[in-house]
Design a protein around this ligand. Structure first.
Ligand code: 6PG
Length: 244
């Protein structure tokens, strides 16, 4: 069992995003001072978009040493980078296109083409950056949570949830007829800082189940996130936290 989580509840999603951007800056400063780089795996979906916009805004942009920041992705939809569903597209619009980060510091998961081949390619990219070690140690992994308790592209009952050897897996979302590429649970649990961002009333019930670890059946993917030695934080708005 990893460290117990620190739970922060804010009045509004905007305050959640502001707090997350502040932590991103602090963790970036800490990592760059300690080992010269800051490796972060970004979450997709809607919730973190505002965080990325804030990081690109005047308040934060010039306070972060982007030359030392390496942007990775926690997961990607198997679509081209200009597709509406692409996490890369969302992050490029909100952040990458707004800051002077060296393109070699942006590690896109290739979405177009075969998901299994792209998962293997992304794993090679990670191994080139972190080295041929047992598990990569990201300085920060940002995560969201779906209403079904999924995180990254690790879905309840999905084959990638129980992956114990690979750093990156391809998985199929049958109900959406969409392939995904995702980092795996052991990679998430090795990070120095793991931060969930969850807002909105629609997630309140599932969040209570995940936080209180009382899911009836098999553990939900979000419950399998138990950082072994890193910090573990949930940044919530009061609507999402209303049933805790
Ligand atoms: C993705 C994310 C996914 C997301 C949750 C929550 O690629 O969509 O990795 O895990 O974090 O689905 O999404 P929202 O923030 O849009 O609610």
């Amino acid at each position: 069992m990893g460290k117990s989580p620190n739970i922060f509840v804010f009045k509004t999603p905007e305050q959640v995003a502001l707090a997350a951007a502040g932590k991103f800056e602090a963790y970036a400063r800490e990592a760059i001072a300690d080992h010269g780089v800051f490796s972060v795996a970004l979450a997709g979906g809607n919730t973190p978009r505002r965080v990325y916009e804030l990081l690109a805004a005047e308040l934060f942009r010039d306070r972060i040493g982007w030359a030392g920041v390496h942007l990775f992705f926690g997961d990607e939809r198997a679509v081209p980078p200009d597709n509406h569903d692409s996490n890369y597209r969302m992050v490029h619009a909100a952040l990458i296109s707004q800051i002077g980060i060296p393109l070699s510091n942006v590690h896109r998961i290739i979405g177009e083409g075969d998901a299994h081949e792209n998962a293997a390619a992304y794993e090679r990219d990670l191994k080139e950056f972190f080295g041929e070690i047992s598990w990569p140690r990201f300085d920060l992994i940002l995560l969201g949570m779906g209403e079904d308790g999924h995180t990254a592209s690790l879905f309840p009952g999905g084959d990638a949830v129980r992956e114990e050897l690979r750093w990156v897996a391809a998985t199929r979302m049958e109900h959406l007829k969409q392939d995904r590429i995702t980092i795996t649970i052991p990679v998430i649990n090795q990070a120095a800082h793991v931060m969930f961002l969850v807002t909105g009333k629609a997630k309140a019930k599932r969040l209570s189940e995940v936080i209180h670890q009382n899911s009836a059946a098999a553990p939900l993917p979000a419950q399998l996130v138990q950082p072994t030695h890193g910090t573990f934080e949930w940044l919530l708005d009061k609507e999402a936290a209303s049933l805790l």
